[in-house]
Design a protein around this ligand. Structure first.
Ligand code: ZN
Length: 264
């Protein structure tokens, strides 16, 4: 159930059976010379919609711009400051809480969002509880990274090994090739450079990662692989969403087990 394709009476009815919402969040930032700038938002949106279809959960519009300051030396990249992103999340969640939402399940497509998202959750708990909002103690927020689910990561290791890298990875490029088969460019890419993946300023990033990739070989990615990643991500996050909402409402955990820990 997509929020943007619903009416307000639809949402009022939904809230009688669930107080949870799935919120996809990504980023709009360079993904190397061949990857789509929208990769992180497109992937999070697709996986979140898959979870919504599997569970009946309401899915919000994707938050397509995240915290990507280190990519800003590449044209086309967009970013919010960390403090701005915290304010955006706070405004959205406090507003949703006002009409009855209590559980906020973020499907994330960008590693650079995680620290800011967790700070935003603390800000939301602070605001709702100190302002004495109704049922503020029932509010729960969670973020799950689609690519980091154990069964997804297991496939990543099998297919790409050390050529996965950490940015513009074949895993995420494969998913976009599955979703948008005609859009992702394929080209021979220069050999990989440094494996020191520390992140500082945008200018430093471009100097050390001149074509935007960080240790990755996206030429390995195929749409067929992308479909496998999509199916594994949706399956894993469906289980996590079910466990999240049942725990939050005090019911016993779902009988469907979570994926095992990362195989490393
Ligand atoms: Zn990405």
């Amino acid at each position: 159930m997509l929020l943007q394709l619903s009416t307000w009476p639809d949402i009022e009815q939904y809230l009688k059976t669930s107080q949870a919402i799935v919120i996809p969040i990504g980023s709009t930032e360079q993904h190397g010379p061949t990857g789509l700038i929208g990769t992180d938002a497109l992937c999070a949106e697709a996986v979140a919609r898959g979870v919504g279809a599997a569970t009946g959960a309401l899915v919000a519009p994707v938050l397509a711009v995240g915290m990507a300051q280190h990519h800003m030396e590449f044209p086309g990249s967009l970013s919010l400051r960390p403090t701005t992103l915290i304010a955006v999340i706070e405004d959205l969640l406090v507003g949703l809480h006002r009409t009855g939402f209590r559980q906020f399940f973020f499907v994330n497509g960008h590693g650079g969002n995680v620290a800011t998202l967790k700070a935003a959750f603390a800000q939301v708990y602070w605001t709702l509880t100190t302002q004495g909002r109704p049922a503020a103690d029932q509010v729960r927020c969670q973020v799950q990274n689609w690519w980091a689910q154990p069964r997804v990561y297991q496939l990543t290791r099998e297919l790409y090994g050390d050529r996965e890298g950490v940015h513009a990875t074949p895993t995420e490029i494969a998913l976009t090739r599955y979703l948008y088969p005609d859009r992702v460019k394929m080209a021979t890419l220069a050999p990989l450079g440094t494996t020191d993946y520390a992140i500082y300023t945008a200018a430093d990033f471009r100097r050390r990662f001149p074509d935007g990739r960080m240790g990755s070989d996206p030429t390995l990615a195929t749409g067929e692989q992308g479909q496998q990643f999509y199916e594994r991500a949706v399956e894993s996050l469906t289980a996590r969403y079910r466990a999240f909402i049942q725990d939050a409402t005090g019911r016993p955990p779902d009988s469907e087990p979570l994926a095992p820990p990362s195989p490393g």
